[in-house]
Design a protein around this ligand. Structure first.
Ligand SMILES: C[S@@+](CC[C@H](N)C(=O)[O-])C[C@H]1O[C@@H](n2cnc3c(N)ncnc32)[C@H](O)[C@@H]1O
Length: 191
């Protein structure tokens, strides 16, 4: 059985499409965080990076059950990581309040707009989006329709002004991180 650290190092070494984001996501995640990941797929990329940070609770959601995800669950169980695997459509799921919401599902404007409207404000601290360079800068989504992901993110920010962009890269298909500025005042008040 692969240990989580081995899976993590191996994924980075193999230079896959999330490799350059693994450490970013790992460092952002705290031990007392609840993390919700939409689009876990095989459990080899983002799921492993979050699990490596040993959050209090990790919920991995995917519309498709993947057999390969089982080895990730086994590694988590062996290392005492509290992880749940939900086979659900993100548009028909109730996401619980969380500290980090990571979205990497069907990369279209309509999908992300609905995911943000349903779940965006469930996150107390961070919203993280993958594939933002692939499906926003060309201004088309995975459905080849315009606009792409960036428009959905910008529209969400425009009506939820507490969310500010704190990180953006176009490497490895792009990653955008928004910070909930309300979390800073809660931290100051010691809550
Ligand atoms: C790009 S892959 C995710 C890759 C993964 N984050 C990683 O780092 O390896 C996108 C995943 O989103 C899932 N997905 C697509 N539409 C979805 C939906 N409506 N609800 C939940 N998951 C969805 C797909 O089944 C697929 O596994």
């Amino acid at each position: 059985m692969w240990k989580l650290a081995e899976r993590y190092e191996r994924y980075i070494k193999d230079k896959k499409d999330f490799s350059l984001h693994m450490e970013k996501v790992y460092r952002l995640t705290n031990h007392n965080d609840t993390v919700v990941e939409i689009g876990g797929q095989f459990g080899i990329g983002s799921s492993t990076a979050f699990a490596m940070a040993r959050p209090a609770h990790l919920i991995c959601i995917d519309i498709l059950k993947q057999d390969k995800f089982e080895s990730f669950l086994t590694a988590c169980e062996y290392e005492g990581i509290n992880v749940e695997y939900w086979i659900m459509d993100s548009l028909e799921t109730t996401v619980p309040p969380c500290d980090i919401l990571f979205i990497d599902s069907y990369h279209t404007y309509e999908q992300l707009k609905q995911e943000l409207s349903l779940h965006g404000n469930k996150s107390r601290k961070y919203l993280i989006f993958h594939d933002t360079a692939t499906y926003c800068c060309g201004n088309t989504g995975q459905d080849a329709k315009s606009p792409g992901l960036l428009a959905a993110i910008n529209e969400f920010k425009a009506v939820n002004s507490q969310w500010c962009e704190v990180y953006k890269t176009e490497e490895c298909n792009g990653l955008i991180i928004l910070l909930n500025s309300n979390s800073l005042s809660l931290e100051k008040e010691g809550k």
